[in-house]
Design a protein around this ligand. Structure first.
Ligand SMILES: Cc1cc2nc3c(=O)[nH]c(=O)nc-3n(C[C@H](O)[C@H](O)[C@H](O)COP(=O)(O)O)c2cc1C
Length: 169
């Protein structure tokens, strides 16, 4: 799939089949996450890959909009290491770029995924920190639910000229 096609056809997928994603494909998708741009090229991202069904099932207790992850094959928690990048705003920007790369790489390989926001919601951060035993220097930014898709979505037709300004506002 070429880049423009991947960008335009990616949609949040929240329904999945039972088919599991093999670990080589997960690693390829994570590699895409590591090729994102980052401030000062610090690459502060760290990834927690969650495959344990009992842990996936507990996530909705600490994230109010993550019910679909109980059906997912894998969850990926994209975190920042504050020992690498101490500025939390840059952590969020860098890990968001990584998250989008992961969504596009997943889609390009036939995997459906959805971005579940974590940072800056303190309750979600603290809940995930406890559930997943994150050390203090590890700040969770986003959670991604992944599986082979069991739904299809229309093109949302988002191009909107009124959002574009030229030269001065
Ligand atoms: C920062 C962020 C947080 C999001 N959090 C959630 C979430 O908690 N649960 C969810 O189902 N979708 C979540 N989404 C996905 C959005 O709902 C989705 O991207 C949006 O509706 C546009 O649809 P699309 O991804 O199909 O283009 C989040 C997306 C972003 C960028």
């Amino acid at each position: 799939m070429d880049t423009m096609n991947a960008i335009f056809t990616r949609r949040s997928m929240r329904k999945y089949t039972d088919r599991q994603i093999d670990s080589e494909l997960i690693n390829l998708i994570l590699k895409a996450g590591m090729y994102a741009p980052s401030a000062r090229n610090l690459q502060p991202w760290m990834f927690l890959v969650i495959t344990d069904r009992s842990i996936l099932n507990k996530i909705p207790q600490v994230h109010p909009y993550a019910n679909m992850i109980r059906e997912a094959s894998v969850g990926i928690l994209v975190c920042a290491d504050l020992n690498i990048q101490s500025n939390k705003s840059y952590c969020a920007e860098d890990c968001s770029a990584s998250t989008q790369n992961i969504l596009l790489a997943a889609h390009a390989n036939g995997i459906g995924a959805v971005w579940l926001g974590v940072y800056p919601r303190e309750k979600r951060i603290d809940g995930l920190r406890e559930l997943l035993q994150l050390p203090e220097n590890i700040l969770p930014i986003s959670l991604i639910s992944l599986g082979y898709p069991n739904e299809t979505k229309e093109d949302p037709k988002r191009y909107d000229e009124s959002k574009i300004h030229y030269n001065v506002w």
